[in-house]
Design a protein around this ligand. Structure first.
Ligand code: ZN
Length: 191
């Protein structure tokens, strides 16, 4: 996985770019939370099936880590359900698309990490596990305590380079573009 901080920050950045303003607090919260939710597959799986032979078999199945919860269909369905808790003016196709992209981005960024199993993007139609052909991002530790180690810092540095820096540059370019579009045009000189 990518760290939950990076997943949540990406969701917030997408809301900043694509949500109609002013966006509700619920929409901001949803955009931060939805990209994190797919990784709940691990604590839920470990709670239901303590690490044993059974878990080892489940881990590679649809309910294992990076399985159904990381798929496109799951993101589409979860985004649709999330619309129900948003204020009525935000229950639109545009906001569904924002929530869907925010949540589906989780699997896409996981696929760019250099460790862990592949992503079941096409569940329930296929259980094929896919990685991106190019995987520059260091895979993050699954445990929270693992973030506060030398290894955790190494992972975060790699995310700063491969996710935050290009994301920040794109966001700044988008901001400048939309500001120049909104700038009032100067009236043509007389004559
Ligand atoms: Zn993940």
């Amino acid at each position: 996985m990518t760290t939950i901080i990076t997943h949540a920050a990406l969701g917030l950045a997408m809301a900043a770019v694509a949500a109609r303003k002013p966006a509700s607090a619920r929409l901001w919260a949803a955009c931060a939370l939805l990209p994190v939710i797919p990784d709940l597959d691990t604590p839920i799986g470990e709670f239901l099936h303590p690490k044993d032979l059974l878990w080892a078999a489940i881990e590679e199945g649809p309910w294992g880590h990076r399985g159904a919860s990381h798929s496109i269909v799951f993101a589409a369905g979860f985004a649709a359900l999330t619309l129900l808790v948003l204020p009525r003016p935000e229950r639109t196709g545009r906001h569904w698309l924002l929530l869907f992209v925010a949540m589906a981005s989780h699997g896409a960024f996981d696929a760019l990490t250099n460790g862990g199993s592949g992503i079941a993007f096409l569940w329930p139609f296929s259980m094929a596990r896919c990685h991106a052909p190019w995987r520059p991002i260091e895979v993050a530790p699954l445990s929270v305590s693992g973030f506060f180690t030398e290894r955790g810092w190494e992972v975060f540095r790699s995310e700063l380079l491969w996710v935050w820096a290009p994301g920040g540059a794109l966001g700044a370019a988008w901001g400048l573009l939309s500001r120049s579009r909104q700038a009032p045009r100067k009236p043509a000189p007389p004559g």
